[in-house]
Ligand binder design. Sequence first.
Ligand code: XMP
Length: 319
Amino acid sequence: DWTMGAYREEAIRKIREQVGGGKVICGLSGGVDSSVAAVLIHEAIGDQLTCVFVDHGLLRQGEAEQVVGMFRDTYNIPLIHADESDLFLTALEGVSDPEVKRKTIGRLFVEVFEKHAKSVGGAQFLAQGTLYPDVIESVSFSGGPSVTIKSHHNVGGLPEKMGMKLVEPLRELFKDEVRALGRELGLPPAFIGRHPFPGPGLAIRCPGAITRDKLDILRQADAVFIDQIRRHGLYDEIWQAFVALLPVRTVGVMGDGRTYDYACALRAVTSVDGMTADYYPFSHDFLGETATRIINEVRGINRVTYDITSKPPGTIEWE
Ligand code: XMP
């Protein structure tokens, strides 16, 4: 792709110009955006870059292993795997408001990044995979007055407090362009095709207060749903798919016993850039089979619903 080839060269030039001989840390989430940003910056400045993968205890099943494995084994990019789940989950105890969750998580990310900026010998720059839609969604909505719908913590705010300068080489790109750039940089196709995953992770897929038990249940149900989608060859047709664990328990019957367990909602949407979205039209067979599998395989869930709200008026995430 000649366009992305040119973009790559230009981006590398700008990164070198901005950073000079300085040190950069890059928050790696395992998503396509931060991964593409990391590989691009590494190409520009080599080992002046250190990636920090923060495990906040709100990741999906197997996610930390996958991401750390890929960056250490395939890319040889210096990587710190910061297991901070206790820090995050303790701070989130009893927090049910979505914006308080985001702000708490954002504040702790700052703390963890500050710690590691020091630990690599004083990094002056923080790199993020911020995209164009992140920039505009956090500022205005539908061209109307400035209203913050959701305060994505990877947009603004962080570096002023931290005294670090931002390096955001993807700030002008939409998602499909980031994927094209990722292909240009030679990232594996399976990785480039990964669904987006929000910085606050499972915290915003567990409406209401979060507990470790709920997170365990949510992780298992989510893994079954994604497995179903892959088995049916639907993964690449879908923009994002996940389970939200609802803060409500319902009565069910299993064998000859009564159950009183959580309800969950399946969410799957198609989208081009995340700013608008349509719910995915699964067949009833697929939905039925998925519900049966989740209820049989996941202890703690006895009811499965499918969310058929598009965006707008819904948002993709439940919080
Ligand atoms: P919504 O739910 O606003 O999501 O329709 C649009 C896209 O943004 C992701 N999202 C987030 N990403 N921090 C992030 O890094 C956040 O706080 C956040 N909230 C939503 C969401 O997964 C979807 O791709």
